[in-house]
Design a protein around this ligand. Structure first.
Ligand SMILES: Cc1cc2nc3c(=O)[nH]c(=O)nc-3n(C[C@H](O)[C@H](O)[C@H](O)COP(=O)(O)O)c2cc1C
Length: 177
């Protein structure tokens, strides 16, 4: 998680994503998490195997010798997006992103900013051409959400579907039966 607005999306993803998860929060992710949800990183511990510090560049994910299924940044700030696009790797999140790219592991960046500058758009394009999934946080409305939780969960389901996880019914899916 990075320090873009929308910590609730990161929290919901961590709660719903099955399997073994490792969490890294940037310094600003910690601050925004607290200001938007009143949660502390330790509140997320029950949902993940371990939390690593973003300053821990010696963590296992700093090395391409450790493989995993997917690297998801949710929410992803345009600052982290920019650092990844130019190859800066001075935090665990940005280093893990470089590793995921060079090792051709799946990477999803749930960018949260609006409007987007031409710089951010160019960074998105550059990374998309590298095979990174750029997934702006833009929750779907076709599931007729009745609450904010529904809306957030709708976006989480889209991320999970990208990762190959069953994610509920698709649009007019019953007509395919
Ligand atoms: C309350 C709050 C909301 C923010 N919202 C956004 C946002 O939606 N998108 C964004 O790119 N940056 C946002 N920022 C700015 C980032 O936190 C800032 O650029 C920070 O340096 C990002 O660092 P990080 O990517 O290492 O977390 C926000 C900051 C605060 C304090």
């Amino acid at each position: 998680m990075t320090g873009a607005s929308g910590s609730a999306y990161g929290v919901d993803f961590i709660r719903r994503c099955p399997g073994e998860k490792f969490l890294v929060l940037s310094d600003w992710a910690r601050q925004v998490l607290h200001s938007e949800t009143a949660l502390k990183p330790s509140d997320l511990e029950p949902h993940v195997r371990r939390i690593f510090a973003d300053s821990d560049l010696a963590a296992p994910f700093s090395s391409g010798s450790n493989r995993y299924d997917a690297f998801v940044v949710i929410p992803c700030s345009v600052s982290t997006l920019a650092k990844i696009a130019v190859g800066i790797a001075d935090t665990l999140i940005t280093r893990a992103a470089q590793v995921a790219m060079k090792e051709r592991m799946r990477m999803v960046l749930c960018v949260r900013e609006t409007p987007l500058s031409s710089i951010a758009l160019e960074n998105c394009l550059k990374l998309a051409r590298e095979g990174v999934v750029i997934m702006p946080i833009s929750p779907p409305w076709y599931g007729a959400p009745r609450s904010l939780d529904d809306l957030v969960a709708g976006f989480t389901r889209k991320v999970l579907a990208l990762l190959g996880e069953p994610s509920g019914r698709g649009w007019r899916e019953e007509e395919l039966g």
